[in-house]
Design a protein around this ligand. Structure first.
Ligand SMILES: Cc1cc2nc3c(=O)[nH]c(=O)nc-3n(C[C@H](O)[C@H](O)[C@H](O)COP(=O)(O)OP(=O)(O)OC[C@H]3O[C@@H](n4cnc5c(N)ncnc54)[C@H](O)[C@@H]3O)c2cc1C
Length: 454
């Protein structure tokens, strides 16, 4: 019997890697993406660090050697570079052998030969009698026995069967800026301090400044830079966990004041982190989000022929996370699983991934802490009580339960939240977490504000 056609939602890294690997092994697939083809060709021109543990297994499916791969997708491929990282070891590990790839170039290479249906924004998915019905924003309705949700951190596919999965917003104020300089300016002002590297960092106390090369062309060098630091409690104006998506581009004077307060910086950080120049750059407030989907919920989806991969299943924070590497690894492995085992026991794939996926999120959160000079995720949770204000205006002390060890823990929150003395209790078991999980839990209990979290 010929294998069923796999419907993949999302033509990002996960969807494209899965598509290439399935195609190479003779399993038919169609990829649906909400963007237009033109938007896809011009989006995501930023650098991502790729590690051999993730991309080497993929190269076998692409029939490429490592040198050709790096030369094609490296951020500095235009000048014959191979995306050299800095000579520093990575926060929290000894890995130095990765390289900086430009995500747009990587996706362009991966798209070759694939059947991608653009302008297919999945809005609904429902299941009945062994078939899944997908509804798209363009009015199309399609049936599919196997659907893979590769649609990123805000996955619509995930929402169909995991209504309770919420992001953890990690307590960091993070701002990203983008600018371009001409090649001569780059050679004069940046290159002498970068020693051929495409990523450099400078830490001042718990504030981290990062400059990365995103792309190079004949006429310009695209620079992406990040200002980040731990949040300073809920009154911190630089930390906006509840901002809307549109609010990402609303930058207050707080950022520029903070940058000025750093004083005179060594070059090229002084060149980039100049408050007045930054005002003319494209600035965004980034939230450091992570999500892990419960194994039981994943299995429910698998029983209906729906799988999640990449950020849809386990998003990690942009800083510190290995989301792109994880996406590649997931999809090479899923293609191999389907080829070896068929599609009758899709939950079996998750069985091979459970601990790995939890470690992606845990390690990403831990690296984020280390990047900012903190000891690790475990120390975020030293507080034993938080005071919360209820919707009815009363205050209650919220006890936080057992802290089992540094990172893995069970916690319980009980809060007196109404005049009727109603006690709301929420108990959760998490592979990772921080005080911010608890804040999120309060929010979902309907409590207006939490104070003294840190
Ligand atoms: C600025 C930045 C820097 C990063 N740096 C690194 C790094 O250095 N190292 C690293 O490992 N990771 C890094 N990451 C993370 C990495 O890019 C992601 O983890 C990775 O892209 C996840 O791939 P994905 O395919 O699962 O999801 P995505 O890349 O989010 O792709 C999802 C796709 O689904 C499509 N889609 C979404 N919703 C729908 C819908 N309803 N219907 C149809 N299509 C839909 C989208 O258009 C998109 O094409 C970085 C991320 C950012 C933003």
């Amino acid at each position: 019997m010929s294998p069923p056609t796999i419907s993949i939602v999302g033509a990002g890294l996960s969807g494209l890697v899965l598509g290439r690997c399935l195609k190479q092994r003779g399993t038919p697939c169609i990829i649906f993406d909400r963007d237009t083809a033109a938007a896809a060709a011009t989006r995501y021109s930023y650098g991502i660090t790729l590690y051999p543990w993730a991309y080497r297994p993929l190269l076998r499916y692409l029939d490429l050697n490592e040198a050709t791969f790096q030369k094609t997708v490296a951020v500095d491929s235009y000048i014959g570079g191979v995306g050299r990282l800095s000579s520093h070891t990575r926060h929290g590990s000894n890995e130095t052998d990765g390289f900086r790839a430009n995500r747009r170039k990587l996706e362009k290479m991966l798209r070759e030969g694939l059947d991608v249906r653009w302008e297919h924004d999945l809005t609904e998915i429902s299941s009945e009698e062994g078939s899944n019905s997908m509804v798209f924003g363009n009015g199309q309705k399609l049936q599919a026995s196997i659907v893979v949700g590769a649609d990123g951190p805000h996955s619509q596919v995930r929402r169909a069967f995991t209504p309770n999965s919420n992001f953890t917003i990690l307590p960091y104020a993070v701002y990203n800026g983008k600018c371009r300089v001409d090649p001569k300016t780059f050679e004069d002002k940046f290159a002498p301090h970068m020693n051929g590297a495409n990523v450099i960092e400078h830490r001042i106390g718990q504030t981290l400044l990062q400059i990365t090369v995103a792309d190079r062309t004949e006429t310009s060098v695209s620079i992406s830079y990040t200002y980040s630091r731990p949040a300073r409690g809920l009154a911190d104006l630089g930390f906006t966990p509840e901002r809307s998506a549109a609010g990402a581009s609303r930058i207050t004077d707080q950022l520029f004041d903070e940058v000025r307060s750093l004083g005179v910086l060594e070059e090229p950080f002084g060149e980039v982190f100049d408050a007045e120049k930054m005002r003319t750059d494209r600035l965004l407030n980034w939230l450091m989000r992570s999500i892990s989907v419960d194994a039981a919920e994943l299995n429910t989806g698998a029983g209906r022929g729906i799988l999640l991969v990449g950020d849809a299943a386990h998003a990690t924070p942009i800083l510190g996370g290995d989301g792109a590497n994880a996406a590649i690894q997931d999809c090479v492995d899923l293609a191999e699983y389907i080829v070896q085992n068929g599609t009758s026991d899709l939950a079996g794939f998750y069985g091979t991934k459970d601990e790995t996926w939890r470690s992606y999120v845990r390690d990403g959160e831990d690296r984020l802490a280390k990047m900012h000079g903190q000891a690790g995720a475990s120390l975020w949770c030293l507080e034993t009580t938080v005071r919360v204000e209820s919707l009815s205006g009363t205050y209650a002390t919220v006890p936080i339960g057992s802290h089992l060890d540094g990172i893995e823990r069970v916690y319980e929150i009980s809060a007196r939240t109404t005049m009727e003395d109603q006690i709301h209790t929420r108990r959760a078991t998490r592979g990772t977490g921080s005080c911010w999980d608890m804040y999120n839990a309060h929010q979902s209990m309907g409590i207006a504000a939490a104070e003294d979290v840190f």
